[in-house]
Design a protein around this ligand. Structure first.
Ligand SMILES: CC(=O)N[C@H]1[C@@H](OP(=O)(O)OP(=O)(O)OC[C@H]2O[C@@H](n3ccc(=O)[nH]c3=O)[C@H](O)[C@@H]2O)O[C@H](CO)[C@@H](O)[C@@H]1O
Length: 447
């Protein structure tokens, strides 16, 4: 039995699966061969009304060439959550490990709506843990944050640094409090195993450019903001503070590529599956600090676009510098980040420039692929060689083009196309539009 086959028997429940980090995790899990149960309340991810799943997860399944099981569910509604658990157990017999990403995460909003944040992030997690325990799963990978260190007294920050001191916002406090709850749980109940991963600054996108971070409204975080300035969606970046005691006066952070971050989750999962019990926290970062001006430079290079900026007052609650000592994860999980700031900016730019409105697509009715008749013609005229040239983006455009009644049929067709292309071993190898190869106009919407 291959290792992929052995993982088919292992079921991972992913909460917050449709979001930025959750969707990348689902992809990596599917690619590694695990069964994936994806749960999301869809508050923070875009969904086409015609389709049952968030767009991010549709793309994940196309990229992986495998399906996951999606549930639209709310951690705060325990009775309906319990029904979902019953359904999962009926189908898969057990949940082996839960990866818990579902949470509200906007720092500013958490100051305005603290109760909403405490309720969602803490009560939601408690409901989840109680049901996991009830249904026989006592293994959890928790999505924590460097924010638990507050304004640290030592750099680089190691896991032995005090947590919970000097936290300036309810969001950060929910991450700290949840870690404390999980520690107490592991102390009290011997067979719980929890790994808490403290993210530094996750950025980047999957190398395909098909999934990435899709913030609601104006981004709060630096890299998505810079990406939208480069794309011409926002006029200029405000650099919060030019007088920090750092190399150029701007804030320094440890940016980590989402793909490396997710590899860290897979390592943590493997560690838990080797029968880890107790509570353990690991930093996930590169260990290197980059200033805001460094990021602007790297993004200019990756995109070839100008990034106008002005230096303004510091943002309340910000710290001068944060970067980690990631050696514990290296020693104990065998994990190190391998992608640099240029990879991060290049991948963000690929995602941003191909998906100007994130997952939400504006369909151009004149596009060949948006006319079911012409689409039919296109599909029937493609030879196997031409099919090989269909890259994943075209699969998605075909999916978009199918009209309401034909969604399922279109999806099936996509899967068949994918099987043929996959069998040829060249999925995504070429960037040339198949429609052009067969002499049909191709609009390249959203590319
Ligand atoms: C105070 C705050 O919001 N902290 C959150 C922020 O961290 P953090 O502040 O580290 O991350 P950001 O991406 O928001 O900011 C990174 C750096 O860019 C600067 N910057 C940011 C945006 C901008 O428009 N202009 C600008 O100059 C910031 O001052 C900082 O120096 O996001 C993390 C998630 O990734 C959260 O876990 C942190 O709790």
């Amino acid at each position: 039995m291959s290792s992929d086959e052995s993982k088919r028997g292992i079921t991972i429940l992913v909460t917050g699966a449709g979001g930025y980090i959750g969707s990348h995790a689902c992809l990596a899990l599917l690619e590694a061969g695990y069964n994936v149960i994806a749960l999301d309340n869809m508050v923070n991810c875009w969904k086409d009304d015609r389709l049952p799943e968030p767009e991010s997860l549709i793309r994940v399944q196309i990229l992986a060439g495998r399906q996951l099981k999606f549930y639209h569910g709310e951690l705060l509604c325990k009775p309906s959550l319990e029904k979902i658990f019953e359904d999962i157990i009926q189908e898969h017999k057990k949940i082996d490990v839960c990866m818990h990403f579902a949470a509200l995460k906007a720092v500013g909003e958490s100051c305005a709506k603290p109760l909403e944040y405490y309720k969602n992030n803490i009560t939601g997690t408690m409901n989840l843990i109680e049901l996991l325990e009830k249904f026989g799963c006592k293994s959890l990978v928790y999505s924590s944050s460097a924010t638990v260190y507050g304004d640290p007294s030592n750099l680089p920050i190691s896991e032995s640094e005090l947590t919970g001191v000097g936290l300036t916002n309810p969001y950060g406090k929910t991450k700290y409090m949840t870690e404390e709850i999980l520690k107490d749980l592991c102390n009290a109940v011997q067979d719980w195993g929890v790994i808490s991963l403290r993210y530094f600054n996750p950025v980047g996108a999957h190398v395909s450019g098909l999934i990435g971070e899709d913030p609601n409204g104006i981004p709060n975080n630096l890299v998505p903001f810079v990406a939208q300035v480069a794309a011409g969606k926002l006029p200029k970046l405000k650099v919060f503070g030019g007088d920090y005691p750092t190399k150029d006066g701007t804030g320094v952070r440890d940016y980590i590529h989402i793909t490396d971050l997710i590899t860290g989750h897979i390592k943590a999962l493997e560690f838990i599956l080797k029968d880890f019990k107790g509570f353990k926290a690991y930093n996930l970062g590169t260990g290197k600090g980059f200033s805001v001006l460094d990021v602007i430079r790297a993004f200019r290079e990756a995109s070839g676009k100008d990034i106008p900026y002005e230096i303004v007052d510091r943002r309340p609650g910000d710290i001068a510098a944060s970067y980690c000592d990631a050696s514990l994860a290296d020693r104990e999980l065998g994990w190190v980040a391998s992608r640099d700031i240029h990879d991060m900016c290049q991948d963000v730019w690929r995602w941003q420039s191909r998906n100007i409105n994130g997952f939400k697509k504006e369909i151009n009715p004149n596009c060949i692929l948006h006319s079911p008749k012409k689409l039919e013609l296109l599909l029937s005229s493609l030879t196997k060689t031409e099919l090989r040239k269909l890259d994943r983006q075209h699969h998605l455009e075909i999916l978009d083009a199918i009209d309401q009644q034909k969604v399922q049929e279109g999806f099936d067709k996509l899967r068949r196309l994918q099987e043929v292309v996959k069998a040829s071993g060249q999925l995504g190898a070429a960037d040339s539009p198949a429609a052009q190869d067969v002499g049909l106009p191709f609009c390249g919407c959203e590319r």
